[in-house]
Design a protein around this ligand. Structure first.
Ligand code: URA
Length: 204
């Protein structure tokens, strides 16, 4: 099948590759600007995401939006996806076989975006993107480079809601992301401000 956003999204919406499809109200393909060069990856949908079919729209999403705003980003200046596209029961961590079954979708999204920066939010995304050996507390905030794309892991916003003392470290990571965005000259709310036609991509 041809690699297009439409095909990937339709495949996600119809997916029955693992058991998570049985409990879903909605699959959650992703959201944001399909031309963005920065990709944020979470773990998987929670209750509100499952209800709305959109990523990070619950309490963790509200915090993520604040963190994005702090580095002059919003959902029109990035793309947001998850490792698994369907809600695990009681928000448990996705099983390895569920993550494996869903990974082709994240790979396809990455191939379409060709991001310059990928931010793994939390341990599940960090292990999928950077490798099983990653320990989020030890390895967060460190840049990795792969084929011209810069990868970094930071804490998941849900973890920050449970343990706000860790926000200080997450902010250090976000400042690194802000600096990398500037270094690479990627568009932000600020750089688009004042331009006649800010870049608009499709939003799901
Ligand atoms: N947590 C995630 O990892 N992803 C979401 O979309 C929402 C909460």
């Amino acid at each position: 099948m041809e690699l297009t956003w439409e095909n990937v999204i339709n495949e996600v919406l119809a997916c029955r590759r693992c058991g998570l499809c049985q409990g879903r109200q909605n699959a959650v393909p992703g959201m944001g600007n399909q031309q963005a060069k920065i990709l944020f990856v979470g773990e998987g949908p929670g209750a509100q995401e499952d209800a709305q079919g959109l990523p990070f729209v619950g309490p963790a999403g509200q915090l993520l939006d604040k963190m994005l705003a702090a580095i002059d980003l919003d959902r029109q200046h990035c793309y947001i996806a998850n490792v698994v596209k369907c809600r695990p029961p009681r928000n448990r961590v996705p099983l390895p076989e569920e993550a494996q079954a869903c990974l082709p979708f994240l790979r396809a999204q990455t191939a379409l975006l060709r991001p310059k920066i990928i931010v793994a939010l939390g341990s599940t995304a960090a292990k999928q993107i950077l490798g099983e050996q990653i320990r989020i507390t030890r390895d967060r905030g460190i840049w990795h480079e792969r084929k011209g794309c810069f990868l970094i892991a930071t804490y998941h916003p849900s973890y920050l809601l449970r343990d706000p003392a860790q926000k200080k470290d997450a902010w250090e990571d976000f400042k690194k992301i802000r600096d990398k965005i500037a270094e690479l000259g990627l568009p932000t709310i600020k750089t688009d401000c004042g331009s006649e036609s800010p870049k608009q991509g499709n939003t799901l």
